[in-house]
Design a protein around this ligand. Sequence first.
Ligand code: DCP
Ligand code: MG
Length: 377
Amino acid sequence: MGPDLQTTSPRIILHIDMDSFYASVEMQVRHEIRGKPVVIGADPKNGKGRGVVATCSYEARSFGIRSAMPISQAFSLCPHAFFLPPDLNLYAKMSSEIMTCLRSYGFLFQQVSIDEAFLDLSPLGSFSAARILAGEIKISIRTAMGLSCSIGVAPTKIVAKIASDFQKPDGLTIVEPEQAASFLAPLPVRKIPGIGKKSEQDLNRIGIRSIGDLAAYDVRRLIARFGRGGNALHEVALGIDESEVKERDGMKSVSRETTFEQDTDDLSTVGNVMDTLVEDMHRDLSDEEIRFRTITVKIRYEGFVTKTRAKTLMHYTDSKRTLRSSAQDLLQGLWGGKRIRLIGLRVSAFEKNDARQTTLDGSGSQDTFSSMRFKKD
Ligand code: DCP
Ligand code: MG
């Protein structure tokens, strides 16, 4: 094979995403709730509860329940569902078992969230070999952990991610290079990672409904409307994505974010959600004995505009009180009274201790797929 052929040979990227992850783990450990509507999230308090759904089983989804929906709404859609509080330690443990299994295949590996990862299968040399390996991965995770997952295999990371979502749950979708354009074209733009309800509406308003519409749209007009994000979006639609599967060398930060089901400008609601992020994050940090010095809060307003504000403490700390008060101060400082669609919290600048840093294997890292692509800060 000459050098030309080598440089043009397509990459083979696998993306794996666990099905209804928290709910599936619960159904795995509690046999009595298997096959039932299961909702993981805040306490519904007979319909009066505040807070949101983290995730729910596919049985619960058939009642219309979704992630990030107010728990009170979930309760009215299906009062007889099993409502459970998240057991984040358990999910983190299952996640690291899954990630260890995926790493063991020996390909370049990147975990992107608690339940998803990429493998670069290019060394296999063919999509048919990749299909066989993907099938083996599905079987081994089911056998070892009793959990189902969905896998996409494609020439780029973004197409692989869209493909893993294509036939959920328990899906396997292979998109060969010559099929990529026809695979993407009919899908609604909402299928692009990072495009939520609001961005979808913005795109619909200018006549863009499908990814094919987006690909055909004049990129200069997209940039005029959405800034740098417009160019990134156009490239995604064209199937252009050079980003590589990146191994991480130890954790540099830990983060959490929440997208509101409906944009909100109510500071007390946002403050309560921030407290939940603090609780979740602090639990993981203490499990890993991580001490940190920098706290960053992110707010994404309606549309793509995102602002962050950070604070670096004089000393390393692992105090929840410090984390909470810093996060609330930063939130107040960023508050502009505008409607918000997402808030995030990140801690970084960890105390030097390599053993500690490598143990937290990337779950909830700030380098999530969508923020990586469309971050404007
Ligand atoms: N999660 C959360 N809050 C959200 C979204 C997700 O706490 N708004 C948590 C619960 C999920 C886990 O992250 O189980 C993984 O997120 P996914 O988006 O992959 O959702 P699921 O795995 O639950 O379902 P799917 O089968 O659609 O992947
Ligand atoms: Mg998932």
